[in-house]
Design a protein around this ligand. Structure first.
Ligand code: NAP
Ligand code: ZN
Length: 368
């Protein structure tokens, strides 16, 4: 039965030159902008130049914080927040992949609230964060439309997300041309993150009629990219399809959260430096096999939407897109499986994911 619950306070504008065309929109937020980016991607993608031109046109003062690391740590966002507090912006513009966008969200809260970054994971009542405009440069995380920020916690030796409705970006500006500078590997890794979000939302305990609609359209769109991704043909059509599919995936997980796939991916990123999307992709086929027991018809529908024959076809596709040499010891597999089974993400998975099931999923995923 189609039930429905939907909250997405992000205005989305998509199209070529969307930043330049919408320059006056920056004036709606005030006169001072703090730009949050990684070291290269904002420049390499051309997005920063467009934002600077739009801000100059709108006569807005700005400062750039370009020190966001991949998988930003608590210390990294704290450093950004210190700079933001001094600058006193009316608006934060995050430009980049999920790392700068998530850092922008954490900084938006830390800039107006005198709390330690550890307290982001236990937010009570907070002062209004600084509003955020998100400009993605990867077609992957969908962070431009989620209330989540995922950070690295060295003390806990893992990554963890926090959520707050006030960190939904007010505006997401989507321009596929910013993805042209992505290399082959990052394109595939981030595309698989989008795929993972769409699949996890579709097989989540928290799924609804609304998230199903988003996941189904996103999967269909993502499926159209398979031929080009396999053949390493990175056309503007492919870039656009992946960007939109990833935003649909973000809209879906904004309602469902992620599952055991993300929980198993985090230690692979933390301990083995495997990029986020790739880490999810490594366990995705086993996750689908697990879900045969709980939602067979949905798993089969996923193949149909992607225009793939069956689980073997799916498994082979991911092995072609994400070749890996990763080998884990039995001790590592056990420890990551136990930790993943205890996360909130795991509790969104269909069925009950015990430590044994999580361990088995990871072990089978890395069998060559
Ligand atoms: P990323 O960590 O933001 O970026 C990966 C690499 O790609 C970086 O070296 C980055 O360069 C580069 N890059 C990004 N865009 C580029 C472009 N257009 N041209 C050239 N290089 C570019 O990767 P991501 O996969 O998008 O984000 C991963 C993070 O998002 C993880 O921390 C993950 O946990 C999080 N995430 C968040 C959500 C959410 O809802 N909030 C959902 C899923 C994942 P720079 O270092 O110069 O930027
Ligand atoms: Zn993800």
């Amino acid at each position: 039965m189609l039930n429905f619950s939907f909250f997405l306070p992000t205005k989305i504008i998509h199209g070529p030159d969307v930043v330049i065309k919408n320059a006056p929109i920056f004036n709606e937020f005030g006169t001072r902008v703090f730009i949050v980016t990684g070291k290269n991607s904002a420049k390499a993608s051309g997005a920063l130049a467009h934002v600077e031109a739009a801000l100059a046109q709108a006569k807005i003062k700005y400062q750039i914080y370009d020190q966001v690391e991949n998988n930003p740590s608590l210390a990294n966002v704290e450093q950004g927040a210190l700079a933001a507090r001094k600058f006193k912006p009316d608006l934060i513009v995050g430009i980049g992949g999920g790392s700068p966008l998530d850092a922008a969200k954490a900084i938006a809260i830390l800039a107006t609230n005198r709390i330690n970054p550890e307290q982001l994971f236990d937010l009570k009542s907070i002062r209004q964060p600084i509003p955020i405009i998100a400009i993605p440069t990867t077609g992957g995380t969908g962070s431009e439309v989620t209330p989540y920020s995922v950070l690295t916690l060295p003390d806990k030796q893992t990554k963890q997300g926090f959520s707050h409705p006030e960190i939904f970006p007010k505006l997401a500006l989507l321009d596929p041309q910013y993805m042209e500078s992505l290399d082959e590997t990052i394109t595939k890794d981030t595309a698989v993150d989008a795929l993972s979000h769409l699949i996890e939302a579709y097989l989540s305990r928290r799924k609804s009629g609304a998230s199903d609609l988003l996941a189904e359209s996103g999967l269909k769109l993502w499926g159209r990219s398979i031929v080009d991704l396999r053949a390493n043909v990175f056309s503007s059509g492919l870039r656009n399809g992946l960007l939109v599919a990833s935003t649909l995936g973000g809209m879906a997980i904004a309602h469902t959260g992620t599952t055991i796939v993300h929980a198993l991916g985090y230690p692979l990123t933390y301990f083995h430096d495997i990029p986020h999307g790739r880490a999810n992709g490594l366990v995705l086929a086993e996750y689908l096999k697990y879900n045969y027991k709980h939602a067979k018809s949905r798993v089969e529908k996923i193949f149909k939407l992607l225009n793939l024959r069956d689980i073997n076809d799916f498994d082979l596709l991911l092995k072609v897109l994400l070749p890996t040499e990763l080998k884990l010891s039995e001790e590592q597999i056990n420890s990551y499986g136990v930790a993943a089974s205890r996360t909130k993400n795991a509790s969104h998975t269909l069925g009950e994911v015990s430590a044994e099931i999580a361990i088995e999923m990871l072990k089978n995923s890395l069998r060559q």
